[in-house]
Design a protein around this ligand. Structure first.
Ligand code: AMP
Length: 285
């Protein structure tokens, strides 16, 4: 595995690889690798000839009160982990290399329609930061496909719309949510949780599980399912709800009655850590 820091060198590699007729898969990450990142890398290897993993903690997707400064960074550890999987390139640019004129004045890619609800409401500007950096990564790495996790459901929807709206010839692959044995969705941010907070954090996956059971038992009212999910969350100490919504998986518009396109999404703060989770409400066929 080679580590590339310079965007220019990355693009030169991408041009050579494409000229040789090879397909490139990109796995965008912010580092602090855990089991999920390694799974995404293995999945990428199954879809393409060459795998590029980008590692960039993108300053413009963090709000002023968010955890940009304390986000875990350890390139040597991450490189050792990625080297054990079939990764060809670890692309790890610096903020200066990605935003040479400073990030404050950069041109932005803004997806309309899907970004002002759910996480976009409590994290203004977050998705503009995400789509801008992903657009830059697409242009630098020139992937044939890119893999994103379904844990960040809204992010996946927003990136899918960006690719369609801008006619990008890149396949977007969604990876199923990966959970700890007790149900907690894996996340780099779980490392911030104390033991007690981690127990409370289980409220999210318990809420998801219960909602699916209630749907199997015949409940179809979104309002009722939301209320029951909120009850579970608030039954756990230290959990502050950001939102609990049931939306259509493509439009992200609220639904009153659920159907096969319904997704339940939850965001909550446990202590100072913000956790998210989601589930489709009917079993996938
Ligand atoms: P991050 O480094 O946290 O930005 O995550 C890199 C990728 O992994 C993103 O596409 C995330 O959606 C995805 N991801 C993170 N946690 C999970 C999880 N528990 N299950 C599935 N995908 C995940």
């Amino acid at each position: 595995m080679e580590i590339i820091h310079s965007p220019q060198e990355m693009t030169a590699w991408a041009n050579r690889t494409r000229a040789a007729g090879q397909r490139i898969a990109l796995v965008p990450t912010m580092g602090a690798f855990h089991e999920v990142h390694l799974r995404l890398m293995r999945t990428a290897a199954g879809h393409a000839d060459r795998v590029v993993v980008s590692l960039f903690v993108n300053p413009i997707q963090f709000g002023p009160q968010e955890d940009f400064d304390r986000y875990p960074r350890d390139l040597a550890r991450d490189a050792a982990l990625a080297a054990n999987v079939k990764v060809d390139i670890l692309f790890a640019p610096s903020p200066q290399q990605m935003y040479p004129q400073g990030s404050g004045t950069t041109t932005k890619v803004v997806v309309s329609g899907l970004t002002d609800t759910l996480c976009g409401r409590s994290r203004p500007g977050h998705f503009d930061g995400v789509t801008t950096v992903v657009a830059k990564l697409f242009n630098i790495v020139k992937p044939n496909l890119a893999i994103f996790g379904r844990k960040d459901f809204q992010q996946l929807a927003v990136i899918g719309k960006m690719v369609r709206d801008l006619n990008w010839d890149i396949e977007i692959v969604g990876h199923p949510i990966v959970r700890e044995a007790d149900g907690l969705a894996m996340s780099s941010r779980n490392a911030y949780l104390t033991d007690t907070e981690r127990q409370s954090g289980l409220a999210l996956s318990k809420g998801m599980q219960q909602a699916r059971q209630r749907v199997r038992a015949g409940v179809t009212s979104a309002g009722q399912l939301i209320e029951e999910t909120e009850k579970i969350l608030l039954g756990h100490p230290g959990v502050a709800i950001d939102y609990v919504n049931i939306v259509h998986r493509l439009t992200l518009l609220d639904q009153t009655e659920i159907n096969r396109d319904s997704v339940l999404l939850v965001a909550a703060r446990v202590g100072t850590t913000r956790l998210i989770d989601n589930t489709v409400l009917f079993d996938e066929q």
